[in-house]
Design a protein around this ligand. Sequence first.
Ligand SMILES: [Zn+2]
Length: 404
Amino acid sequence: MPLDHWSNLSSGEMLVLESVFWSKAASRHEVATRLHLSKSKANALIADLLAQGLLQETGPGPASTGRPAETLCLSNALGILLAIDIGATCMSIAALTPSLLVLAQCREDVDVRDAQQGPTVVLARIKVLALRLLEQCGKRAKDVLAIGIGVPGPVNFENAQMVSPPLMPGWGDFSIRDFMRDSFEAPVFVDNDVNIQAIGELRQQQGTSNFLVLKVGTGIGCGIVCDGKIFRGATGSAGDVGHICVDTSGPHCHCGNTGCLETMAARPAVERQAWEAMEREDSQVLRRHAGEQGMLTLAAVGAASREGDMEANRIIQRAGSLVGQMLASVVNFFNPSHVFLTGSVVTVGPLFLASVRQSVYQRSLALSTRNLHVQYSSLGDAAGLTGAGVLAMQEFLKSRRLHR
Ligand SMILES: [Zn+2]
C-alpha cells in the first residue's frame, strides 16, 4: 500500500489497527472495549477499514456463550514484514504477514565477532537472503512494509545504530538503516536482540505488563517490560545484567571487570568448565562426549547431564544458581510478575531452570516472589523472529499515527 494512503487515515482508524495487531485475534466487541469506544463507533471504524482492505476477517473466534463472533486481523494486502534476528553465531530471516504468519524463512551461520566480515558483509548477505525469501513469496522489495532487526549488543533505538558493541568490531555507529535503504524503501527499526524477544513476549502474553525476558546464551542480557512498554534506559543499555558481579574473585571479563555473571554462566563459560572438568579426569562421560565430537559443546554437556553425569550436573546447577543470584537482586528491585528464560544455556536441561528458581526464591524478598513466575519463554526458538516482526509492525503503525 502506498505510504501517502496512510496519512489519509483518521487517528481513530490508526488506533483500531494498532489494537487489532496487539490483540492477535480480536472481535469487534474487544476492540471497542480496549479503546473505550461505543459499540456503534467501533463498528463504523472497523467497517470502514474492512472496506479499504486494511483489515480482514479471520472467521469465528472461541465462543463463551451463543454465536461466536468474527475475529479480525490486519490485512495481508498491507504488505510484507521482514524480520531479521542476528545472533552472535547465526542469523535468521523471515518474511511475515502483518499479523506475523510466516511466509518464508531461512537461517545461516554467521560470526559477527569476525573483524574481517563487519556490518557491510553481514548486511549485504542479509539483503541477498531477504530478496530471495520475497521471491519465494512472489513479492518484491517494494512490497515490504517495514523491517525489524535484532542485534546482539547495545542499540541507540532512535538512530538504529549500535553503541560500542563489545563483541562486534566495526558495528559501532554504523548506519544499519542507511545500508538497508539502498535496497528497501521500507522503514528499518533496530533493537537489541533481548529487547525484541521481550516485545514478542509482550504481544504473546496478553495483559502481562511488568516482566523480564532473560537470555542466557553466548552472552547474558535482559529485556525489561515496564507498564506494558519496553524500558531501554537513558542510553539504551538497560538490562545489561551479564556484567553484574556475582563473585569478586571470579575470572576476568572482556569488559575489564572480574567475576561478571557472563564469565561464569554464559555458554562459553559452561563449555570451558566442562572441558576443565574433563581434563581433571573427573568425568568419563564428558571425556566420551569430547571424544565423539573433538570438543565439548553445550549440547554435549546437556547430554552428559541427562546421562546423570555428576560433573555436568554440577556445572549446570552452578550456572543456574549464579543466574538466580543475579535475578534475585533484580526481582527485589523491579518486582516483575514473570521472568521468561530464553537462550541456548536455558535449553541445556530442566536442571538449569530448577537451579535458577531455587536461587531466586531463596534470595528474594517474600513480597517480591509472592506472585512471581520463573518459566521458559512461550515463543521458544521463534522468539527472535516473532519479536523482530512485532517491532517492525508496531513501530510502523506508531510512526504513521504520529506523522499523520
Ligand atoms: Zn563484564
